[in-house]
Design a protein around this ligand. Sequence first.
Ligand SMILES: CC(=O)SCCNC(=O)CCNC(=O)[C@H](O)C(C)(C)COP(=O)(O)OP(=O)(O)OC[C@H]1O[C@@H](n2cnc3c(N)ncnc32)[C@H](O)[C@@H]1OP(=O)(O)O
Ligand SMILES: CC(=O)C(=O)O
Length: 526
Amino acid sequence: MKDADSILIYDTTLRDGTQGEGISFSAEDKILVAEKLDSFGIDYIEGGWPGSNPRDMVFFDLAKKKTFKHAKITAFGSTRRANLKAEDDPQLATLLEAETPVVTIFGKTWLLHVTEVLRTTPEENLAMIEDSVRFLKEAGREVIYDAEHFFDGFKDNPEYALKTLKAAAKGGADWVVLCDTNGGSQVTWLQGVVKQAVEEVSPVPVGMHCHNDCGIGVALSLAGVEAGARMVQGTQNGYGERVGNANLTTVMPSLCFKLGYHFAAEQNLEKLSRLAHSIDKLANLVPDSKAPYIGRSAFAHKGGVHANAAQKVSRSYEHIEPELVGNRQRILLSDMAGGSSVAMKAGELGIEVDPKSSEMRSFIKRLKEREARGYEYENADASFQVLLSRHFHGTTDNFKLVSYRTISEVVRDNHENISEAVVKIRVEGEEDIKITVAESTGPVGALDHAMRLAFGAHFPELRNVQLIDYKVRILQTGLGTDSVVQVLMLSGDGEKTWWTCGANPNIIEASWQALRDSYRYKLLER
Ligand SMILES: CC(=O)SCCNC(=O)CCNC(=O)[C@H](O)C(C)(C)COP(=O)(O)OP(=O)(O)OC[C@H]1O[C@@H](n2cnc3c(N)ncnc32)[C@H](O)[C@@H]1OP(=O)(O)O
Ligand SMILES: CC(=O)C(=O)O
C-alpha cells in the first residue's frame, strides 16, 4: 500500500449522526455501536460532545473502561469562548476529562459567523482557534481541527478562510478538516478549493466533512480525496443533521472498488451490509432498501431483460459483485418478468424449470394475468411457490372451499365486536362436504377458526401456523370503496415466516386468498 493512497475513515455516527431527526442512542447503545465500528476497522470514532449532555458523559466514562483494538475514540467540542483563556474555558476542560486520545474541535471560518454569531472580531477568532488547539496539544492529545463552514467561508473571503486553517496548523493541529457544513457546495468548484487548501496547510494533512443537502455528500467527499484529502468524516447509513452526513456505507466501497484507495476497514467490506443494518436496528430504523451497495434493492432485478442478462453474466447489470459488500443478487417477479426471471426465482426456491419450455410460457401468461388482477408476487414468495408447484408439479389441493359466509356485529355502546363465519369445505380423503361455524372478533379470524375446525386432525402441521403481519391497500384510484383491494399476509410457524397475497374488490375474499395460500404453502412440506 502506498501512503499516498491510504485514507483514514473517521466515523461521527455517534455525534453528528445523532444530530439527525429521530436518531437517538442510549450511552450503552453508543458503546455497542463503537464496538461494532472498531471491529470493522474504522480508524476514528467520534463518541459525542462530553460537555453537552449527561448521556455523552456516561458514554465517555464507559469508553474509558473499554479497550478498542483499532479505533481511536475522539471527544468533540468547540474552540474556547471569546475573551476567555483556553485554560479557563470549562468546555475545553470537559474535553480533557473525557480522557480520549484524540480531541476534535470545530472553529469558525466564515466571517458571517464570526461577527454575527460569535459576535467577536476576526482577529479574536483566529486566536480562539490557535489557543484552543495549542492547549489541547500541550495536554498530550492528537488534535483534529474541523473548519466549520469552510467552503461558505472560502466563497465569502478566501484569504480569511485560509488564515483560520493556518491558525489551527500554527497551534499544532494534527489534521485540518474542511467542512461543508451547510451542504451547499458543488463538486468541481469544491475540488479546486480542496487542492488549494491542501497546498496552503501542507504538511498538515487535510480531511473532508460533507453534508448531503444537495444529495451529493458522498461525491463531495470523494472529490475531496481525489484533490488530496486523506481523511473522510461521515456517518453510517448517512445519519445526520437535516438530510444527513456523507454516508460512509457508500464512501468506503467507492473509495476501495471505484478509486483504488486503501484503508484499514477495506478488509471487512464483505461485512458492510451486516454492520449498517445492525446499526439501523440499534437506532430503531428500517434499513433503506434503496441504499447504494448495501440496500436490499441494490442488486434486485425486476425487468425480465435485466434478469436474463444478469443470469448469464452478472456484471452485465451489476456494477460490482454484491458479495463484496455482503449483499446478494435478487430476482423480483412481476408483470415485467420473462422466462429467465421465473426460472431463477424458481431455482432459489429449489424448483428447476426450463425457461424456454412451453410450460414456462403458459406459466408466465398465467402469472401476468394474475398480476394484472392485483396479485403481487414480488413480495409474496410463498404464494408464488404455491402457484409454481401447482403449475409445474401438478400439486393438487388438500382442501377446497365450497363456500363461506361471514357476518359481523358491532354493538357500539358496549364496544362489542363479534364476527361469525360459516364454511363449507371439502377436505382430501373425505367423502362429505364439512360445514363448520366459528366466531372471532374479526371476520378473517372467524374464517380462520372455522377452516381449522373443518380440517380437524387432518393437517397437524397447520397447528402452529399464525398470522404475524397483515397489510392492505387499494390498487385503483378513482373507484373509492369499490376498488380492488390487495392483501399481503405474513404467517409463521415459530421457525420460519412467509408472505402470501390476495386481491379482490371484497377485502374478506382477498384476505381469504392470502390465508388459503399460507395453509397451502405450509402443506407443500408434506
Ligand atoms: C456544525 C456542527 O455540527 S457543530 C456541533 C453542533 N452540535 C450541537 O450543538 C450539539 C451539542 N450542543 C449543546 O448541547 C449546547 O449547544 C452546548 C452545551 C454546546 C452549548 O449550550 P449553551 O451554552 O446553552 O449555548 P447555546 O447552545 O445557546 O449557543 C451556542 C453558543 O456557542 C457559541 N459557539 C458556537 N460556535 C462556537 C465556537 N466554534 N467556539 C466557541 N463558541 C462557539 C455561540 O456563540 C453560542 O454562544 P452565545 O450565545 O454566547 O453567543
Ligand atoms: C463540524 C461539523 O459537524 C460541521 O461543520 O458540519
